[in-house]
Write a protein that binds this ligand. Structure first.
Ligand SMILES: [Zn+2]
Length: 224
């Protein structure tokens, strides 16, 4: 796929490629240079440019924080739900097709949501691990729901499964895929043909989940 970019011509001798603040690619070029030459240069450095862009995006995601104001939305099981700050006092988070939090708890919203998401992740993930472990025929020693950075799950030589609580933001099909993936690692340590065969026996449409992770995975790196 070709990289999109815009060209700014000026009285200069050499060509330079800049990645703008909004991650768009700008080429500063001498007036006399041909379009073909510019294109060749850009495509030659495509990989490096794309790496720079993705690094930039991941930093900007990390810097984005929720303000916890009414109308903001939070991702939960693959869907965006609106947040509403209400006057009436109550503890914690309420969820009913919308997230509700009392105005008096607004300052602690970050912690309260974290607690709520982790609790939901435990309630949802552990029975799923049990279910698929039986299906696959493996024994899991312990399931840990953790705050993993840049990984959705992992398994240990002692048959423990680690799952990232932020996975609760993904659709159920993606959660199932990560669980099955880690469980099958208990019998197949490598991503061999046999590994993927076993995955597809449990989840014939697992490629869809992989694609979802590829497209949305970065957004899961931040808490909310
Ligand atoms: Zn793996």
């Amino acid at each position: 796929m070709n990289l999109e970019y815009s060209v700014i011509y000026s009285k200069r001798k050499s060509l330079s490629i800049i990645i703008d603040r909004d991650s768009s690619v700008i080429v500063r070029a001498p007036i006399k240079i041909s379009q073909e030459k510019i294109d060749r240069e850009v495509q030659k450095h495509k990989k490096l440019i794309q790496e720079k862009i993705s690094r930039k995006l991941s930093i900007s995601i990390q810097n984005q924080t929720k303000e916890f104001v009414s109308g903001e939305s939070l991702l939960y099981l693959g869907r965006h739900y609106q947040l509403e700050i209400v006057e009436e006092p109550f503890n914690g988070i309420k969820f009913d097709n919308k997230f509700f939090i009392s105005k008096e708890n607004k300052q602690n919203a970050n912690q309260l949501f974290r607690d709520w998401f982790i609790k939901s992740a435990k309630e949802l993930f552990i029975p799923k691990v049990d279910f698929y472990a039986k299906q696959i025929g493996v024994t899991v020693n312990k399931v840990n729901i953790l705050s993993l950075r840049y990984r959705w799950g992992s398994c240990t030589p002692k048959d423990n499964i680690h799952l990232n609580w932020r996975l609760i933001k993904a659709p159920m099909t993606v959660i199932n895929y990560i669980i099955v993936h880690e469980l099958i690692h208990l019998i197949e340590p490598n991503h061999s043909t046999e590994f993927w065969n076993r995955v597809s026996i449990q989840l014939p449409a697992y490629e869809k989940a992989k694609l979802w992770l590829k497209e949305n995975g970065r957004g899961l790196e931040k808490d909310f």
